[in-house]
Write a protein of this length. Structure first.
Length: 247
């Protein structure tokens, strides 16, 4: 359902070219339903499973090569996103950028950390690395702003830009209550650039379930019903035991 999604189908039926940026995570690693797949062909360890396998076997001796390769992969995504406006005709472009998620391979200036490791994403007490998380976040914010500026500069027709994170930070401290952990984990960046007055349909509590319903209703005169803006949370121990909350 992630790959063969209705959003892309809706837009393809209306003449949009579906451009998919291959990621380093399973469900968005590639997409056979896309008209164009943007990948980094030099990558040796783009697949998360292959990277983990390499770091847990004798291949760990080339740990620095894995990190450098992963860094180049991410930088290539930012670079190629700037070129999307050069494509003739309307496009629906999807890019799932794993950053600023683990591993923390960039400092705030964009330097690649030679001793970074991908394995720390599976260890306990990760919030002790919050300074590294914040440093990488600062760099990712800078690159994202640069991409947005380039897209706006190069677009003949004002584009629709939607930036959403898939989850918030995993904040864990000794005195943190469970409700505050859930709020931090489930609160996300949800930013829109909607030209021609589209932003007037946004509202403070909007969640991703209604993102494209609002966009399609305004720009394509569709009549999609808006759903309840609920959040569904589960723990790693019981991943399908969901509790529902409204943040």
């Amino acid at each position: 359902m992630i790959k063969n999604n209705y959003t892309a189908e809706f837009l393809k039926e209306r003449g949009y070219l579906f451009v998919h940026f291959n990621s380093t995570w399973g469900a968005t690693l590639k997409n056979k339903y896309a008209d164009v797949q943007v990948s980094y062909k030099k990558g040796l360890f783009n697949d998360e499973f292959i990277r983990i396998l390499a770091e847990t076997t004798m291949l760990k001796v080339i740990d620095s090569l894995i990190i450098e390769n992963l860094a180049e992969f991410h930088l290539n995504v930012f670079k190629k996103l700037e070129e999307i406006p050069r494509i003739k005709g309307p496009t629906f472009t999807f890019a799932h950028i794993i950053l600023p998620h683990h591993p923390y391979i960039f400092d705030r200036y964009g330097n690649v950390k030679s001793r970074a490791s991908i394995l720390n994403q599976f260890t306990s007490g990760k919030w002790r690395m919050k300074d590294e998380y914040i440093d990488q976040l600062i760099f990712v914010n800078k690159k994202t702003e640069e991409v947005i500026d380039k897209i706006l500069e190069r677009s003949e027709i004002p584009p629709i830009i939607i930036i959403q994170s898939d989850h918030g930070p995993q904040v864990v401290t000794d005195n943190l209550e469970a409700k505050d952990f859930v709020r931090a984990r489930m609160s996300i960046l949800n930013a829109y650039y909607l030209p021609d007055g589209g932003n007037k349909l946004l509202y403070q509590s909007i969640t991703p379930v209604n993102t494209f319903r609002v966009v399609f209703n305004y720009y394509f005169r569709s009549e999609f019903e808006l759903l309840e803006d609920n959040v569904y949370f589960s723990t790693m121990d019981q991943p399908y035991n969901f509790s529902t909350t409204n943040l």
